[in-house]
Write a protein that binds this ligand. Structure first.
Ligand SMILES: NC(=O)C1=CN([C@@H]2O[C@H](COP(=O)(O)OP(=O)(O)OC[C@H]3O[C@@H](n4cnc5c(N)ncnc54)[C@H](OP(=O)(O)O)[C@@H]3O)[C@@H](O)[C@H]2O)C=CC1
Ligand SMILES: Cc1cn([C@H]2C[C@H](O)[C@@H](COP(=O)(O)OP(=O)(O)O[C@H]3O[C@@H](C)C(=O)[C@@H](O)[C@H]3O)O2)c(=O)[nH]c1=O
Ligand SMILES: [Mg+2]
Length: 334
């Protein structure tokens, strides 16, 4: 299988490139300056992209490039929209023109983050006439508070808004679309929370991290494996419409950013890295330009059922990533 991926140095792009060592997977990437997603409002650039893809002849196109600086997006809305919305739409369109499927990577930040779990109250008068079977049904359908693919979206900031519009545009222009929403991506490359923690933790003796935003830290390697499995499924069964649409894909389990930081520094301690004092704080105590969803938890049962994709428990990949980051030379970090 041959895949065409947008971006060069992104966490997910790099993880996909690593998988190319494995049997029968060719990964072709295109990033700046040759492919700049912010320039795809221009028809000539779109045609150039289409020709580039045609030349390579992939089975699937993967849009893994995005404007991901959540806070900066608040002031650079036009650029964020150019990359995440117009750019995503243009990549999906170029694929559509070649009758190729598009896998568009998206985010938990499309949601408001205020979803709560349903509470079962056996005393609810509405249940008075229900028999045991009805009640069992009701209980089975109670939400645990994780977001499902059909839940209403309501992004809180510009990044989430531009990503949501990118999802919609990609879906509109290319019927063969898979929108994969993931969350809290980290890896040993690029910019991410794990690397920020180790850097800040080495520079300061103490730091505060928010304890009231919940989600699943997801290693880019796990995402890349999920993407490749989905890609293989749609290549094997291109006409199976069940395989297309929106899917949630994160590691299993969940924690807060504070819980993630705790796991990072526990691993760091074992590996001889920094061990700053870690304080638990609220979102209010850590003001940022862009609001973050309090609940970023995604229900991943649909992708498990339809694509047979299940990512590992979030804790599983923290230790090895911390070890790799601590072992990086200054040169690697640049
Ligand atoms: N990071 C996260 O926590 C999360 C990310 N996602 C989504 O996952 C996907 C992958 O994210 P991730 O790997 O973390 O991204 P990164 O922030 O690590 O990398 C972003 C990638 O996008 C490329 N890019 C940015 N602007 C442009 C542009 N104008 N033209 C071409 N390429 C551009 C970058 O290029 P260059 O190599 O030149 O820098 C880089 O390759 C994205 O769709 C993101 O929205 C979803 C949930 C969480
Ligand atoms: C660095 C730091 C952050 N925080 C808080 C701020 C914020 O609420 C939370 C996460 O911080 P970050 O800014 O690193 O995370 P952020 O850039 O918002 O991460 C998001 O990126 C985009 C691309 C996504 O799609 C999301 O899934 C998500 O991963 O932790 C602290 O409380 N203390 C700290 O020292
Ligand atoms: Mg960030």
């Amino acid at each position: 299988m041959k895949v065409f991926v947008t971006g060069e140095n992104g966490q997910v792009v790099k993880a996909l490139i690593k998988l190319a060592d494995q049997d029968s997977l060719d990964v072709y990437t295109a990033g700046r300056p040759w492919l700049d997603l912010s320039e795809l409002a221009d028809d000539d650039k779109c045609e150039h992209l289409r020709l580039m893809i045609e030349d390579i002849g992939p089975d699937v196109v993967i849009n893994a490039a995005a404007y991901t600086n959540v806070d900066k997006a608040e002031e650079e809305g036009d650029m964020a929209a150019a990359v995440n919305t117009t750019g995503a739409g243009a990549v999906a369109m170029a694929a559509a023109k070649l009758n190729l499927p598009i896998i568009q990577i998206s985010t938990d930040y499309v949601f408001a983050g205020d979803k709560t779990a349903d509470i079962y109250d056996p005393e609810n008068p509405e249940y008075a006439d229900y028999d045991a079977e009805d009640l069992a049904d009701i209980r089975a359908n109670l939400s645990d508070g994780t977001y499902v693919e059909t839940d209403a979206t309501h992004p809180q900031g510009v990044y989430g808004q531009t990503k949501l519009e990118g999802e919609k545009l990609a879906a509109y222009v290319n019927p063969k679309h898979v929108i994969l929403r993931t969350a809290w991506v980290y890896s040993e490359t690029g910019n991410n929370f794990l690397k920020t923690m180790l850097r800040v933790g080495a520079a300061r003796g103490e730091l505060g991290v928010v304890n009231d935003q919940f989600g699943a830290p997801t290693h880019a390697d796990a995402i890349a494996q999920g993407i490749v499995k989905v890609a293989r499924n749609i290549v094997e069964q291109p006409d199976n419409t069940e395989l297309y649409g929106v899917f949630h894909m994160t590691c299993r389990g969940y924690t807060s950013w504070h819980g993630f930081a705790e796991a990072i520094f526990k691993a760091s301690e074992l590996a001889g890295g920094p061990t700053p004092k870690l304080n638990s704080i609220t979102t209010e105590e850590y003001p940022l330009p862009a609001p973050r969803p309090a609940n970023s938890r995604l229900d991943c049962s649909k992708i498990a059922r339809v694509h047979n994709v299940e990512l590992p428990q979030w804790q599983d990949m923290v230790m090895k990533t911390v070890v790799k980051v601590l072992g990086q030379t200054q040169e690697d970090k640049n």
